[in-house]
Design a binder for this molecule. Structure first.
Ligand SMILES: Nc1nc2c(c(=O)[nH]1)N[C@H]1C(S)=C(S)[C@@H](COP(=O)(O)O)O[C@H]1N2
Ligand SMILES: [Mo]
Length: 518
């Protein structure tokens, strides 16, 4: 019989911490089934991490993981939680009750995370506190069994440690298994989107009183590999701070217009659907979209003009901003003028490409404003529009290092040829999309190596609020080439060659692409 090494003893002490944290999470998930999904601490802590993360971190996460940034955050969070729990287990064996103290401290942070969510109530603390109690009990009980085993092992009576060892393993194994099964089961039920999905699929969109203008056939150039003019809903980029897609029951949904208005307004989903609706095709983009990025898409939105709703509320003369908010704690500060402008189709959208708005794109209702980045205008699951002043209020991203105003920047993207494409000499289309929403694109030019700028063919724009496709047939010759792209908008502005990163108000620069022709 060999004595357990110090390293193994430490590993088993870490295991007690991990079992305890699995217990915390499982109990909290089960309790959240009763108290409410939003009280789940794992998500609340993730949300707290998102809210507290500095600009460079958010930028880095999107640069590294793109729209998979949430999955990446979960993975990082899970690893951090498991390591911290393991260390707490080791600490508890060396210097009790320091391990317990770690558990209490982390649970306290989780309670802060839960209680700072929009719409939280005191009851939301219950799942985490219950979880913490069970976790601490599990930690103590498994530590006692570990100590019994190690003591018996140290005495080294033949076979004696076997019983204690078995008792420890059985306790830790059974606890972990029960926690994982119960926790995952409860999580699946908490995440269940069935109720709202069923309601959503039972909704029939009303016909538009003002349908979108038909899309001319010449709006698409038909170049293989080019971005489709209308982005299918399933391929539309998704960016938001919500770790779980908010499940909003349209029967409970209300939008309130508050703040500096003569009359506060409240509107229900049924009332909204009964109003004369407008359809408009608009390209929306994310300020985090770097050169050549895919955080942009075009859809035909069905909705009610925000200006008409604001007109009912009668904003005060001194107001210059509308602070809209969603259930995830996101807010956007939109210039009031962009929402009241009769020449700008700013919509409270309920439909996207002929479908009821998908949950991840804001079901039941979101805002769409042509010409502004999403972070200052496109609030999903919107429930309040507060008429206010830039001097008094800020949108979510402004104190986090992004500009208060976020007009889109004129930009272009080369879809084909792809980066590092292997081409054969002959005719090669250089094609992609260019956009300057609400201003319009005047021309796109392509330069091959140090040659002259050549004018690309533009597709017929649906309107100035949508991107256009461009294409240029290039007679490619053998060798390495660099292709450069620049767009000019209808105000006469040509994309600058100076590169700027997305923060604080959108990237600039020319797309330069190396290709090899054989
Ligand atoms: N409620 C809510 N709405 C939101 C956000 C958010 O985090 N929460 N993000 C905004 C940002 S930054 C962008 S770019 C757009 C993206 O909309 P999409 O996910 O439908 O493409 O939503 C905007 N609306
Ligand atoms: Mo965004």
């Amino acid at each position: 019989m060999r004595t357990l090494s110090a390293t193994s003893a430490r590993l088993w002490a870490a295991a007690t911490g991990i079992v305890a944290v699995l217990g915390v999470l499982a109990v909290a998930e089960v309790a959240a089934l009763v108290v409410g999904t939003e009280s789940s601490p794992f998500f609340a802590v993730g949300q707290l991490a998102i809210d507290l993360s500095p600009l460079w971190l958010k930028e880095g996460m999107i640069a590294l993981f793109g729209t998979a940034d949430k999955i990446a955050l979960f993975a990082i969070l899970a690893v951090v939680v498991l390591i911290a729990a393991g260390l707490a287990g080791i600490l508890e064996r060396r210097r009790p009750p320091l391990g317990v103290a770690v558990f209490v401290t982390f649970s306290g942070i989780a309670v802060v995370g839960v209680m700072t969510r929009p719409g939280s109530s005191a009851a939301w603390a219950i799942p985490t506190v219950l979880g913490m109690v069970v976790g601490v009990v599990l930690l103590r009980l498994s530590q006692q069994r570990l100590a019994a085993w190690l003591d018996a092992d140290a005495v080294r009576v033949t076979d004696a440690p076997r019983v204690e060892r078995r008792t420890f393993f059985r306790f830790v194994g059974v606890s972990a298994a029960v926690a994982v099964v119960a926790g995952l089961g409860a999580r699946a039920m908490n995440a269940s989107t069935r109720a709202v999905t069923a309601i959503r699929s039972s909704i029939t969109l009303p016909a538009a009183a003002v349908p979108a203008a038909p899309i001319p056939a010449s709006a698409s150039l038909g170049v293989p590999g080019i971005s489709p003019l209308i982005t299918p809903n399933a391929d539309f980029y998704r960016i938001d701070i919500a770790l779980q897609v908010p499940q909003v029951n349209p029967d409970d949904w209300k939008l309130r217009i508050t703040g500096l208005v003569a009359k506060e307004i409240e509107i229900t989903y049924a009332e909204l659907l009964a109003l004369p609706l407008v359809e408009h095709t608009t390209t929306i983009g994310c300020v985090s979209n770097d050169l050549g990025g895919d955080l942009i898409g075009t859809a035909t939105w069905l909705g009610y003009p925000i200006r008409d709703l604001l007109a009912r509320a009668v904003p005060d003369a001194g107001a210059d901003m509308v602070l809209s908010s969603g259930p995830d704690g996101f807010t956007a500060g939109t210039p009031l003028s962009a929402l009241t402008d009769p020449a700008r189709e700013s919509l409270l959208a309920i439909g996207m490409n002929g479908e009821v708005l998908p949950s991840e794109h804001g079901f039941p209702v979101r805002m769409i404003v042509p010409g502004l980045f999403g972070y200052v205008s496109a609030t999903k699951w919107v429930t309040e529009m507060k008429v206010t002043r830039f001097a008094d209020d800020q949108g979510y991203w402004t104190p986090r290092g992004w500009s208060a105003l976020g007009p889109v920047k004129t930009a272009s993207r080369m879809d084909v040829p792809r980066p590092n494409a292997q081409l054969t000499a002959g005719t090669v289309p250089i094609a992609g999309v260019a956009w300057s929403q609400h201003v319009g694109i005047a021309k796109v030019e392509v330069q091959v190596d140090d040659g002259p700028w050549q004018l690309a063919t533009l597709s017929t724009p649906i309107s100035d609020d949508t991107w256009v496709q461009f294409s240029l047939d290039w007679e490619a010759t053998q060798g390495d080439h660099v292709l450069t792209l620049r767009a000019t908008d209808k105000s006469g502005y040509t994309q600058t060659s100076d590169y700027a990163p997305p923060a604080p108000n959108g990237s600039t620069g020319w797309t330069r692409r190396k290709v090899v022709v054989r």
